[in-house]
Write a protein that binds this ligand. Structure first.
Ligand code: ADP
Ligand code: MN
Ligand code: MN
Ligand code: MN
Ligand code: MN
Length: 339
């Protein structure tokens, strides 16, 4: 028997942005445990904005387990938060409300800043570094500094060792800003893995004295880029049948539901969706082929392939909850008849 360190992680009840929480329990197994072998667990919801003081127990229901190579015999156990009966989803549990769709695929592009002492990593103590231009996909100390890439590489290795569908990394437009991409098949998979990847990134940077700043416009109204989390999506119908007529109906549905989407695409998004810095205004909806100034970018390959494939919603921001984002996209898609 081996004693495993099981890190149960969950989303707390803070709004508009939930925080990740985690605690460890040690359990003995013959080999690396399966989901079915993991017990429910509980926590004090009064400390996480998930319960009142008097009856404060919330239940943790494991939904995914992955190896945690940062700890000897470690595992990360992603959980949904349930009511004390163990069966009713807690109101903060948005994962429980996503339409089940095995054929829905999502690819999220997570942008973020490294922050040290309240400033983006690599910024001088006062004033600004040289303007944007050379940092995006840049190489060299003056572009990316001495520690960012080390962290990014370490995070990548940890994610791959955990079996996450990590698809790539790049240095982003602003100094101290980076991106990674997570892809998943099934309506919850990519969102689950994004939350695990975020957890691993925040935990990793503790030892560097560095924070991850997920706010979508941490440098406010300046010429420094904000951070997004573009949501690339497709359904079985979009990939296999699609067609111009269906696509146009789908885009009309997205236009009609603009406010519902913006409501869950991350806080303070008006600061980022200004119409500048490769964004469309928060008040407009548009789509366009290869158009990075549109709300939805249509890849060249989509049009070439008779309007089949995936689409990129560029509006979700870096602080958005991928469960709520995926959920709203699937809801809007479901309003458009496929016959
Ligand atoms: P860019 O920076 O040019 O917008 P990225 O390469 O960063 O593009 O991200 C593109 C994302 O699209 C990747 O995460 C990828 O997994 C995702 N993607 C590719 N094909 C599909 C598909 N059929 N359905 C959903 N997402 C997809
Ligand atoms: Mn205790
Ligand atoms: Mn990208
Ligand atoms: Mn990007
Ligand atoms: Mn993109």
């Amino acid at each position: 028997m081996t004693k495993y360190k099981l890190e149960y992680i969950w989303l707390d009840g803070y709004t508009p942005v939930p925080n990740l929480r985690g605690k460890t329990q040690i359990k003995e197994y013959e080999e690396f445990p399966t989901l079915e072998q993991l017990p429910l667990w509980g926590f004090d919801g009064s400390s996480t904005m998930q319960a009142e003081g008097r009856s404060s127990d919330c239940v943790l229901k494991p939904v995914r387990i992955v190896p945690d190579t940062e700890r000897k015999n470690g595992a990360i156990v992603l959980c949904e938060v349930m009511m004390p009966d163990g069966e009713t989803p807690h109101p903060s549990n948005k994962r429980a409300t996503i339409l089940d769709d095995e054929g829905a695929w999502f690819g999220f592009e997570q942008e973020y800043f490294f922050y040290k002492n309240g400033r983006p990593l690599g910024f001088p103590d006062s004033g600004y570094p040289a303007p944007q231009g050379p940092y995006y996909t840049g190489v060299g100390y003056s572009k990316v500094g001495d520690v960012a890439r080390k962290i990014v590489e370490e995070h990548l290795d940890i994610c791959l060792a955990a079996g996450l569908n990590h698809e790539g990394i790049n240095a982003e437009v602003a100094k101290g800003q980076w991106e990674f991409q997570i892809f998943g098949k099934g309506s919850k998979k990519a969102a689950d893995e994004m939350w695990i990847a975020r957890y691993l990134l925040e935990r990793l940077t503790e030892k560097y004295g560095i924070d991850i700043e997920y706010h979508c416009k941490p440098l406010g109204d300046t010429d420094w880029n904000g951070s997004g989390m573009h949501a690339n999506f497709s359904t079985t119908f979009l990939r296999e049948t699609g067609g111009k007529e269906y696509f146009e109906k789908l885009m009309s549905a997205f236009e009609a539901a603009r406010e519902d989407h913006i409501a869950v695409y991350g806080p303070d998004n008006h600061m980022r969706l200004t119409g500048k810095h490769e964004t469309q205004s928060i008040h407009q909806f548009s789509y366009g082929v290869a158009d990075r100034g549109a709300s939805i970018r249509v890849p060249h390959s989509f049009v070439r392939n008779d309007y089949r494939g995936y689409l990129e919603d560029r509006r979700p921001n870096s602080q958005g909850d991928p469960y709520q984002i995926a959920s709203q996209i699937l809801k809007t898609i479901a309003t458009v008849p496929t016959a």
